[in-house]
Design a protein around this ligand. Sequence first.
Ligand code: CP3
Length: 361
Amino acid sequence: MVTLAPSHPLVSGVTSDSLLVQAYGGKRQSRLPIWLMRQAGRSLPEYRAIREGVAMLDSCLMPELAAEITLQPVRRHGVDAAIFFSDIVVPLKLAGVDVEIKPGVGPVMENPVRTRAALNALQELHADALEPIIRAVQLTVAELGNTPLIGFGGAPFTLASYLIEGGPSKELPTCRAMMVNDPGLFHDILAYCGRITSTFIRAQVEAGASALQLFDSWAGRLGLDDYLAYAAPHSHSVFSSLADLPVARVHFGVHTKNLLTSMHAAGATVMGVDFETKLSEANQMLGGKVPLQGNINPDFLHLSWDALADHALDVMRDGLAAPAHVVNLGHGVPPTTDPEVITRLVEFVHDFEVPDEVLAR
Ligand code: CP3
């Protein structure tokens, strides 16, 4: 295990007993922790105000701003974790790739990487480029106290899908063609993405994050065979390169029911479950041994409170099957969500008492 600095919240002990760190470590508590993917962002008026006139990726590289945005949902909703405000494409930008995030669209690249020459022209991500990230994490954890910060990055396949397609794409036609026509190039691009994602995540953990999450958002667009042949080896490399860090390794993607056990086998210690897979079923698939995170259907955030509360209760009861459970959504908070609904949901989850017979298991 790598030795983290004495001031790291897991070493000084300030976050070690938190509901989140305990649940990620597989220890059942009488209350369930909750945080929400995309909890920072456009659903919050204070986010829209502070981001006014600042481009998304610029805001990620302004440490005071990134720290403030990370803290906003923690202050407002009382969630049990902060997720670092950044984006999966930030390490690409820090390595010199010409990427921007278009509002309502997502990451877009001026020059997609589709040839060996384009890959060879990419730069590695150097430690000095990570200064704004390290600074933002330090500022954030100094304010968070005993609420843990989660660091994150994009899995090689999801990151490479943007780099190769040049933007968001449902069908991933260029990736699919490259997998057939030039698998060597495809693998080398994913290996590059894996190296920079790993460097990005390590910097966040060493600077103070108490857990890490690898998002393979688009892995669910691959069938199991292609996932195993083309994506999994690179996710495995990322997790292996981070395994010396004494933190939980969470892994998540949407539409990944048929990939769940393979994604876990890539080296995760906690599995995020999308809204299409029941937690009890996921638990069974994973042999009853893996702490789970998820999986309230984000669509319910727009329905009546009673419908949302019933659904959340179902999710919490179903999650009792797992060794431990961190409540989350089955994908990100939609920008149109009423933030008061989120605050009420967080209170509702905190009021849920885990039955004694579950604690006694
Ligand atoms: O609370 C958090 O989760 C904040 C941190 C965060 C962001 N992006 C900020 C962001 C995280 C964890 C991400 C991860 C991310 N980014 C993923 C993986 C998770 C997932 O959603 O599956 C992916 C695929 C991306 C790429 C990306 N960046 C997309 C698809 C978009 C949405 C584009 C849009 O406008 O609809 C972004 C932009 C983005 N990343 C925003 C935020 C807050 C919105 C930017 C804005 O405010 O305009």
